[in-house]
Design a protein around this ligand. Structure first.
Ligand SMILES: C[S@@+](CC[C@H](N)C(=O)[O-])C[C@H]1O[C@@H](n2cnc3c(N)ncnc32)[C@H](O)[C@@H]1O
Length: 371
């Protein structure tokens, strides 16, 4: 028989007050749908599951109205909520770890009598992930000329170009007047001598006047922004044309089509859960969307680049230059790499993916948005 929990018991287990539960009941957020033998209202298993989602979103800082929309969405089941919550919590964990590290170094500096600058104090709210992994980036990340040609063509006749989330500048057009924006000091420091001038800022708040540039571009960076829609609107504000290279994280795109995320690293679903879909990104700036195929010998070592060269993923350098591997954590990484190694030596990978060998380019959900 299904166990029903009384209001008092649920309050005790969840560490919230009975008053909070009554409030959620009154506003229709979580209502106890069962009755105890004595006739008191009680929480059935489904109510508890819903309460767990509500409390988790609450802890992540969501407002009750936003939470109601999330938990009432008929297209999101319990598993999808768990994946989304997991992704949000991982992001929060990364941010917290970076803040702890920044506080430690400020304490150390103060102990030595050194005052940190306002910039240093605020930096921690910026691009922490790339402060940690950025130095491994240049090993395999460079311009892929065939994809660069698509981006540069989409820039049209723009003379002045803003490159947002520019990193080391791999996709900056050589024949235009480029200004780069990059929040990570580690990435800025790795820009080659003679690269375009680079401003330390976030996409979400670009330090430029309206319409300062003919075009703004963002390559492989939108998925790192705290608020992608706000960042894209900023690009739209400061430039007449916007060109974005990103990926379709929906079921039919990136996750299911690419054997690595589908068969070895399903944890990527948790990383992208809760992020705006590629359609929402395109809508936010009124962009048209074009698929970008990945050549089999792609020169830029992004996550999907080695789709026909699976052995490459066994190489630590290849993995360290792609944030996904750090974000899924060492346990998932080791398991995925171990299984891939086994499947490559047993011939299982080749058997499962024999159709790829004949392809020169693959459609794995990469998209160019042009507005
Ligand atoms: C995968 S790298 C891509 C770099 C470069 N566009 C390229 O294609 O080589 C992602 C970059 O986005 C930057 N980034 C992270 N958060 C950002 C934000 N809120 N605004 C702008 N850039 C951000 C990171 O610091 C990192 O350099």
């Amino acid at each position: 028989m299904e166990e029903h929990l009384t209001v008092g018991r649920v309050a005790e287990l969840a560490g919230v007050s009975v008053r909070t539960l009554h409030h959620y009941d009154e506003i229709g957020l979580v209502q106890p749908s069962a009755r105890t033998a004595a006739g008191y209202r009680a929480y059935a298993a489904g109510d508890v599951e819903r309460l767990r989602e509500v409390l988790a979103y609450r802890r992540l800082g969501f407002g009750l109205r936003e939470i109601a929309d999330l938990v009432d969405d008929p297209t999101t089941d319990a598993i999808a909520h768990l994946h989304r919550l997991r992704g949000l919590l991982l992001e929060q964990r990364d941010r917290t770890a970076a803040m702890v590290a920044a506080i430690d170094s400020e304490l150390e500096a103060r102990a030595m009598g050194i005052r940190t600058t306002p910039e240093e104090q605020l930096k921690v709210f910026g691009a922490q992930l790339y402060e940690t992994i950025g130095s491994a980036y240049p090993a395999t990340r460079r311009t892929e000329p065939r994809i660069a040609a698509r981006v540069w063509e989409a820039l049209g006749d723009a003379r002045t170009v803003l490159n947002v989330g520019a990193g080391t500048g791999s996709y900056e057009p050589p024949d235009r007047d480029v200004t780069a924006v990059e929040p990570s000091a580690v990435m800025r420091a790795q820009r080659p001598a003679g690269a375009a001038p680079c401003v330390a800022a976030d996409a979400e708040s670009l330090p430029f006047e309206d319409r300062s540039f003919d075009a703004a571009m963002a390559f492989s960076t939108v998925h790192h922004w705290h608020d992608p829609i706000a960042g894209l609107r900023e690009m739209r504000r400061v430039a007449r044309r916007v060109v974005v290279f990103t990926h379709d994280t929906g079921d039919t795109g990136w996750r299911q089509r690419f054997w690595l995320s589908r068969d070895y690293l399903p944890e990527v679903a948790g990383l992208v859960a809760g992020r705006p879909s590629v359609d929402r990104l395109a809508d936010a700036i009124g962009a048209r969307m074009e698929p970008v195929l990945i050549p089999w010998d792609c020169a830029d070592g992004f996550f999907e680049a080695y789709w026909r060269r699976p052995e490459a993923y066994l190489d630590e350098h290849v993995r360290r230059a792609v944030s996904v591997w750090t974000r899924v954590g060492p346990a998932a990484e080791q398991r995925a790499v171990g299984r891939l190694r086994d499947d490559l030596s047993s011939g299982r990978w080749a058997e499962r993916n024999h159709d790829l060998v004949a392809l020169d380019a693959a459609e794995l959900g990469l998209r160019l948005l042009v507005a």
